[in-house]
Design a protein around this ligand. Structure first.
Ligand code: BGC
Length: 806
């Protein structure tokens, strides 16, 4: 152990207390031994350092920092060099604001377009997610700050996110839900990881030895610290034994006491505690030293420019008929849409950034060579009809050559703590669109939304630019693209399906019971649509440019491919060259093809460049559940190169030797996975895929400390059912307000045990058990547990404090 000398001097009370947080964001210092405290902050697309009262829900304001586009946006750039530049800027700001660990990036897989946090995640594809995450991590960590990729793992649903058991087979776990993290750790060298709220196959992610030890530390060689998501710890002792270092945010000393008890009863060993302390000490000491003498300012102007570049490179041009874009110089335009005045440039929740500056379309359109005939919000963000606004919009639309229509998902549609129930944008925005199309044919749509939406209305537009959530400099980036100053080069990091019913997990998502069954297996996003032959609106990897690219001269060697890309159009531009690999007639079921490499190339008009993409350890592998390791199936692999998953320009084959004769599946028993028709997987097939019984996720009627507050409709106690009704009323009020109420959503999805984990030691687990007894209808034994627990907890906390001060 690196810090054996210090650890020898620490009392068990100090060690145990050191392994959980102090307050919302900090670790505990131990002055006597010269151990400093470190500061953690969200987040993934901008630093959210709270100077005043801390919360993890984006409620209280934070210090100004650059609000970069969210991950869902930046992954549209497919540009790892950009990701690293953004990471560097994030790292610099973190350092300047006194933040040692930046809680991001988030790289959960977009299993369903409905997940409320998709705006914070990179992609439906693990390879793209991993590469982008590794780039952020490298950039952030190059400035002496630790990045903390999250939420490890299989956290793809917000509903009851802290009380959900993700039931997923080992192969899907490895290939879809872990590969991104693997890349962030192995290539990005992430020094921290955040364990997710949920259980994975019956064990909380934070207590999951398979995830935290076997895979993360032993297989991937992770040598950093595991931090729990805020309130994600269930049994701290089991967490520590499994490899988790820091319980956050502020369980008070109750968790520390549990840890000591677990050591004295032999449930876990002191060696486990010492190892976690050693790892955490390494982080704390390094981070503290890294920060010594560092600047406390950053170049806000330069970072604004990086945010603008990120936004410009990431927006995806979905449609451009009659080459309506770029707009002609001096074109007469009408600006319609509330988003042009009040941009939706970031999501809601823990990632909320207080921007250093905010551009709006209405505020800066005057800087461009356009003749603006008028500007109006056109519709109300609150929904419903507004005849006055509509009339204004139609009046200016008639006078314009082109109508620029700014629309998308409102603030309350997507948020941490909430999954969407549909993929539509508000009706009133579409109503107005239809009316606009009757007075002007030249409609250009600019969408703001953090995740995939249904777009049956795309026919009304001549051009559509999807800007996702484009950060504080998004307006300038958008106008740069519309006017041709920037040639769009973003490509979709997710498929836009025709409609929600077409998604592979439609019947399974979000799970309403205790378990979330990942029955669709590997078939997420394009992996599903291609295999099952389901048509989509815009395929994965798709995005238009103002120029044309030609692909030629594919060469393939043992180590990779090369080809030539030529810019045959009239303007400079960038192309994302994508490499997919498939194995026709595979013996082990698999998607038609999978993304295994990509490169973004910038080409002057008329220029050609040779592009090389190397194969890596992931190119041909699949996870074999029989040998319990990565294997290669023998066969002639198809190597497909193109500008999107549906636009393959060059193909070649290459042979690979097999690595094992052991085949993991019987085709008769897993037929759906061979055809890809996975929307109705039978129990028998899912059981076969899992290799074990499907856990019973139904409620028995009795609630436990791990059930969420929103399950109180099962409560036997009238008091609890009354509390439940109040909660529902609060939720309804919040839903109607037009802005997500994170506090209510958090409580709604929170399990009882989290009360003990997030109240700074005022409530301990004995008291929580008392509360649950009351909920289950045992009022008297419950209330005496709560009262007795309160006094016992107070006394024990005081005694502990004394020992720490001694
Ligand atoms: C979120 C994390 C975040 C943490 C701290 C949690 O609710 O899930 O992503 O980092 O709060 O704000």
């Amino acid at each position: 152990m690196k810090y054996a000398e210090i650890i020898k001097k620490m009392t068990i009370e100090e060690k145990a207390a050191f392994l959980s947080g102090k307050g919302e964001w900090q670790t505990r210092e131990i002055d006597r031994l010269g151990i400093p405290s470190i500061f953690c902050s969200d987040g993934p697309h901008g630093v959210r350092k709270q100077a005043g009262t801390g919360d993890h829900l984006g409620l209280n304001e934070s210090l100004p920092a650059t609000c970069f586009p969210t991950a869902a946006t930046v992954a549209g750039s497919w540009d790892t060099e950009l990701g690293e530049a953004m990471g560097e800027a994030l790292g610099e700001e973190a350092m300047a604001l006194g933040v040692n660990v930046l809680l991001g990036p988030g790289l959960n897989i977009k299993r369903s377009p409905l997940c409320g946090r998709n705006f914070e995640y990179f992609s439906e594809d693990p390879y793209l997610s991993g590469k982008m995450a590794a780039a952020y991590v490298k950039g952030i960590q190059s400035k002496g700050v630790y990045a903390c990729p999250k939420h490890f793992a299989v956290n793809s649903q917000e509903l009851r996110r802290m009380a959900m058991n993700a039931v997923v087979d080992e192969r899907t776990l490895r290939e879809i839900y872990l590969t991104g993290f693997e890349i962030a750790v192995k290539e990005g060298h992430a020094k921290a990881i955040m364990s997710a709220y949920n259980e994975v196959n019956g064990t909380y992610a934070n207590e999951n030895k398979h995830l935290l030890k076997d895979i993360l530390r032993d297989e991937w060689g992770f040598d950093g610290i595991v931090i729990t998501d805020w309130g994600a710890s269930n049994d701290h002792a089991l967490g520590v034994a499994a490899g988790s270092n820091l319980e956050m945010p502020n369980p008070g000393l109750a968790s520390a006491r549990e840890l000591i008890e677990a050591v004295s009863s032999g449930r876990i060993s002191e060696k486990d505690v010492d190892e976690r302390v050693d790892e955490l000490l390494d982080a704390v000491m390094n981070l503290h030293n890294n920060a010594l003498g560092k600047a406390d300012t950053f170049d806000a102007k330069a970072h604004h420019e990086i945010a603008r570049r990120a936004s410009a490179e990431s927006a995806v041009l979905l449609k451009n008929e009659d080459r309506i874009l770029p707009l002609k110089k001096g074109a007469k335009v009408a600006i319609v849409g509330d988003f042009a005045f009040i941009p939706r440039y970031q999501g809601a929740g823990s990632s909320l950034v207080n921007p250093t500056k905010l551009e709006t379309i209405s505020g800066i359109v005057g800087d461009y060579d356009l003749q603006v005939v008028g500007m109006t919000p056109g519709y109300s963000r609150k929904g419903g009809d507004d005849e006055g606004l509509k009339k204004e919009a139609l009046d200016i639309a008639v006078q314009a050559d082109v109508v620029l229509y700014f629309f998308g998902l409102n603030e309350d549609s997507e948020s941490e703590g909430l999954d969407r129930t549909h993929m539509r944008i508000p009706d009133n925005q579409i109503e107005l669109l239809k009316e606009l199309s009757e007075v002007n044919n030249n409609l250009v749509g600019v969408i703001s939304a953090g995740s995939a939406i249904e777009m049956q209305w795309n026919t009304y537009f001549k051009a559509i630019l999807h800007t996702y959530l484009s950060g504080q400099a998004g307006a300038g980036a958008t106008l740069d693209i519309l006017t041709g100053k920037v040639n769009p080069s973003g490509k979709l990091n997710e498929t836009i399906p025709m409609n929600l019913q077409d998604t592979s997990c439609f019947g399974y998502y979000p799970a309403k019971e205790r378990t979330s069954e990942y029955r669709e297996g590997l078939y997420v996003g394009y992996r599903y649509y291609e295999k099952a032959g389901v048509p989509v609106l815009y395929p994965f990897g798709y995005g238009l440019s103002y120029t044309k690219f030609r692909y030629s001269d594919l060469e393939i060697t043992e180590t990779g491919i090369s080809c030539t890309i030529s810019n045959d159009g009239e303007v400079d531009g960038a192309e994302v060259v994508q490499l997919y690999v498939g194995l026709p007639n595979a013996a082990v079921f698999r998607p038609e093809k999978e993304l295994k490499g990509f490169k973004k190339v910038f080409l002057k008009k008329g220029e050609s460049k040779k592009v090389e993409i190397l194969f890596d350890d992931k190119t041909f592998r699949y996870f074999n559940v029989k040998t319990n390791s990565w294997e290669v199936e023998e066969g002639d692999y198809e190597i497909k190169i193109g500008g999107s998953s549906a636009d393959i320009r060059l193909t070649a084959t290459c042979h690979r030797q097999g690595t094992t004769p052991l085949l993991p599946y019987s085709r008769e028993k897993t037929e759906s996975y061979y055809t890809g028709k996975v929307t109705n997987v039978s129990d028998a097939e899912f059981k076969e895929l899992l290799g074990s019984e499907i856990p019973d996720g139904k409620w028995s009627g009795e609630l436990s400390v791990n059930d969420a507050f929103c399950q109180m409709y099962y409560a036997k106690s009238g008091l609890a059912r009354f509390a439940y009704k109040r909660l529902i009323a609060m939720r309804k009020r919040a839903d109607e307000s037009g802005k997500p109420d994170l506090n209510t959503l958090f409580i709604y999805n929170m399990p009882f045990r989290a009360v003990a984990k997030m109240t700074g030691g005022v409530v301990d687990m004995d008291m929580v058990r008392g509360i649950v007894k009351i909920v289950n209808g045992h009022f008297f034994s419950g209330i005496s547990g709560v009262i007795g627990g309160y006094f016992r907890n107070r006394r024990l906390n005081r005694e502990y404090e004394k020992k720490l001060k001694a």
